[in-house]
Design a protein around this ligand. Structure first.
Ligand code: NAD
Length: 487
């Protein structure tokens, strides 16, 4: 620990030319993880040019089968260096080892294989049609790479969300310039070593470090050599990136914030609903875009549900990533903790009943300098309250009772967001009806975060634009050309 994190440009690890650095601090202890070199506009330009040269050169000319073989090798090498990736991800995020080893790193590797396989196996379209002279014509569609893709990432699932974009982008023949979150720069950088080791040509994968405005994020998204931008992060940042993409009419894919409801009907399997909601509200310390922050429970089950969720939240073990018993890690930063705690205060100011939590746990020794908060549950707030309307992105939820299906669908939809929803019911007809009625991109029935990577992923309304996953990723990462042949 305490090393340096540098850019990865054209296959080389370089400090860059800005002369500026910033500290990457451990969310568990506040100790220095690494000193990160911030990329200058010139560095970002070098990365974009390297990417362009790779698309026009060795990567663009590489046969698809070979490209896909190399991407499988990337996944195998991530798995071979599993512990290095695990340590790097944990150092940056403080998340429990059990979570990072089951979710972040395996999915980070899998994203390269699945999209290589998808791209290899997707057919194109073909139409035959008649012409007045009777000879006819044939149309077929060709998929070609978009070119240089900018990948701008958040900090909550750093390797997983980054490779979710880099995997399909590379499989489709693009080259990428990645701007990881300033909070979590390590695994994206480490992936550069993997790329070199397995023989991915220089320039195909580049990483530049820094912040958003007036830093690497803005330099990259406003660079005219970037052909498409894929972004995961806050809705407000998405708006800034959409504006940047307007210059030069570049394609965008936006995976943004949410305020996701869980709806628990009185006929639900209570054990399953509690287990699922404990995960959806508190996993990754509540820092999951698809996490539940609003729970609606049908009145006959309300008291029992609140009591059981309280018991479950209080049984979570807050602690360091090194302790195998830990189930709740810290928030990502002191800045984010201040934001989450401001919502904890707002909830009380607006008259919430505090069911559990609401503050900061006492942590021993070094951990006292970490970004810890208690898992928190409220009841008793109106639907207009800040913690019922705004994304907190912390380990908390508000639970409200409801009476009818019609009422709860209206309340679930009363939000500018539209990312995810979890429904808990044993009534199959109702599950289908409500799943169709909630205005979100992803609905789970009697589960949460069960992800088949072939399915469309993305949000409605202010939760995003576009769908990624399976063949849907091809829509964004390739340009579809029609070729018409007159016979
Ligand atoms: P953020 O928007 O603050 O930052 C994301 C990235 O954008 C960072 O790399 C940041 O440096 C960069 N950035 C910031 N301003 C920029 C600008 N003006 N131009 C270019 N780049 C800029 O988000 P975050 O705090 O890192 O992540 C948490 C948010 O991400 C939450 O809102 C969460 O819901 C959302 N999220 C959504 C999904 C999804 O799939 N829909 C998944 C995970 C997280």
């Amino acid at each position: 620990m305490g090393g340096e994190t540098v850019q990865f440009i054209n296959g080389q690890f370089v400090k860059g030319t800005s002369g500026r650095t910033f500290d990457n601090l451990s969310p568990e202890t506040g100790r220095l993880v690494s000193v990160v070199h911030e990329a200058s506009r010139q560095d970002v330009d070098a990365a974009v040019k390297a990417a362009r040269a790779a698309v026009d050169g060795p990567w663009g000319r590489m046969p698809l089968a070979r490209r896909c073989e190399l991407l499988h090798a990337v996944a195998d090498e991530i798995n071979a260096r599993f512990d290095d990736f695990l340590e790097a991800e944990i150092a940056d995020t403080g998340k429990p080892r059990s979570l990072a080893s089951h979710l972040d790193i395996p999915r980070g590797a899998a994203n390269f294989k699945i999209f290589a396989d998808v791209v290899k196996n997707v057919p194109s379209e073909f139409f035959q049609f008649d012409t007045p002279d009777g000879a006819g014509a044939l149309n077929y569609a060709l998929r070609v790479p978009k070119g240089v893709v900018a990948v701008v990432c958040p900090w909550n699932l750093p390797l997983l969300l980054m490779t979710w974009k880099v995997g399909p982008a590379l499989a489709c023949g693009n080259a990428v310039v990645v701007k990881p979150s300033e909070e979590t720069p390590s695994t994206a950088t480490l992936l550069g070593e993997v790329m070199n080791k397995v023989g991915i040509p220089a320039g195909v994968y580049n990483v530049v470090h820094g912040f958003g405005p007036d830093s690497a994020g803005e330099f990259l998204t406003s660079h005219p050599g970037v052909n498409a931008i894929t972004f995961t992060g806050e809705t407000r940042t998405g708006e800034a990136i959409m504006k940047a993409a307007a210059t030069g009419i570049r394609n965008i894919s936006l995976e943004l914030g949410g305020k996701n409801p869980a709806i628990v009907f009185a006929d639900a399997d209570l054990d399953a609903a509690i287990e699922g909601t404990l995960r959806s509200a508190f996993a990754n310390c509540g820092q999951v875009c698809l996490g539940t922050e609003r729970v609606y429970v049908q009145r006959p089950l309300f008291e029992a549900f609140v009591a059981r969720l309280k018991a479950g939240a209080e049984a979570l073990k807050i602690g360091p990533s090194s302790d195998p018993a830990t189930t709740l890690g810290p928030l990502i930063s002191q800045e984010h903790r201040a934001k989450v705690l401001s919502y904890y205060k707002k909830a009380m100011d607006e008259g919430a009943t505090l069911v559990t939590g609401g503050g900061v746990p006492d942590m021993p020794g070094d951990l006292a300098n970490g970004c810890w908060v208690q898992p928190t549950i409220w009841t008793g707030l109106p639907d207009e309250a800040a913690v019922v309307r705004e994304e907190v992105f912390g380990p908390c939820c508000h639970i409200a009772p409801f009476d009818t299906e019609e009422e709860v669908v209206a309340r679930a939809n009363d939000t500018p967001y539209g990312l995810g929803c979890a429904l808990w019911t044993r009534d199959l007809a109702r599950a289908h009806r409500v799943a169709a009625a909630v205005n979100v991109g992803l609905t789970w029935v009697n589960s949460w975060f069960l992800r088949d990577l072939r399915t469309p992923f993305g949000g409605a309304r202010q939760s995003g634009i576009g769908r990624e996953g399976g063949v849907h990723s091809l829509e964004f990462y390739t340009e579809l050309r029609n070729v018409c042949i007159k016979l």
